[in-house]
Design a binder for this molecule. Structure first.
Ligand code: NCD
Length: 310
């Protein structure tokens, strides 16, 4: 039987169930075992990477994942180099990519761009980030990291710190926790970067216990997982607003003295100045392992979409 990923678009983490994600994690574990060998599961398939917004990890790990599975990859990056700068519409660009490839991975600064692409394309579309809205594959990696570190996603206290208003990675991570049973979720942000009402609505509707806080210091002792996101400067419409919140939160060694020994810090990266660099070398830092898991998780996702088993 084919899974619910088979030939499906991946637009929001909320389109999936806990069972779907557990299936994905099982595949990812198997992918980890064969990470150093090139597989031929997707031999003959063409994956198109359409990144209209900057990316390092997401684009590269999709490329590595596809190539490790034996697929070929074509990619476009940035709008300047494309015919879009000559006035070609996004719709026409997607139509073309759809005829050249078997799957499209898209990142765009506009909310809803991936959904729009999915309506146009015949082949599956994966949302690799649309504006401040969704970043479902990042959430899959984040959950997988928690599962690997703690053996479970359930029953833990989560703190999500930073620009929760414009952060799509934090938004998707918050959404993804509603599929599991976290003990409590602390949403920690400066007032002007508070999580949006529509996100809180999903938490309420799904019965997740959460609290909004302004300062990490208030809750640090409680946390098992601390998820940090940078200020999404490029999405804040008013530069004066950015100046006001710049540097307004930071994870320091001092704060960590009060944390549980087992506390793990996640971050989708890139990090700017929101985590003291000296924390990178402590057992609390899990963000580089998290980045590494991008490959097996994206390999697993591609395998499931194409209906091949590792
Ligand atoms: C995130 C993004 O693009 O939303 N990065 C990523 O994909 N790992 C987070 C960010 O840019 O802050």
């Amino acid at each position: 039987m084919k899974s619910s990923f088979y030939q499906h678009d991946v637009l929001s983490i909320l389109d999936f169930s806990r069972e779907d994600l557990e299936l994905l994690f099982g595949y990812a574990e198997r992918m980890e075992k064969s990470i150093d060998t090139k597989l031929s599961l997707l031999f003959g398939k063409m994956v198109a990477l359409a990144f209209f917004e900057p990316s390092t990890r997401t684009r590269l790990s999709f490329e590595v994942a596809a190539k490790r599975l034996g697929a070929d990859v074509i990619s476009i990056t940035g709008e300047e180099s494309l015919s879009i700068s000559k006035g070609e519409s996004l719709a026409d660009t997607i139509r073309m990519l759809d005829t050249y490839s078997d799957l499209i991975v898209i990142r765009h600064r506009y909310e809803g761009a991936a959904k729009y692409a999915a309506e146009i394309a015949r082949h599956p579309v994966i949302n690799a980030g649309d504006g401040k809205q969704h970043h479902p594959t990042q959430a899959m990696i984040d959950l997988y990291t928690v599962k690997k570190l703690f053996g479970t996603v359930d029953g833990l206290n989560y703190g999500i710190l930073g620009d929760l208003r414009y952060g799509r990675a934090s938004t998707s991570f918050i959404f993804s926790l509603t599929l599991f049973k976290p003990k409590k979720v602390y949403l920690i942000s400066p007032e002007s970067l508070r999580v949006r009402e529509e996100v809180l609505h999903v938490l309420k509707e799904r019965g997740v216990v959460y609290e909004e806080r302004r300062s990490l210091g208030d809750v640090i002792e409680e946390l098992d997982v601390l998820y940090v996101i940078r200020i999404q400067r490029e999405r804040i419409p008013d530069p004066i607003e950015y100046e006001k919140v710049k540097g307004s939160y930071k994870v320091t060694l001092d704060l960590l003295k009060r944390a549980k020994k087992e506390l793990k810090i996640l971050h989708p990266l890139p990090k700017v100045d929101e985590i003291d660099e000296r924390i990178d070398n402590t057992p609390h830092a899990a963000y580089f392992i998290q980045a590494k898991y991008g490959i097996p998780v994206r390999m697993a996702l591609l395998a499931l979409i194409f209906g091949v088993e590792p």
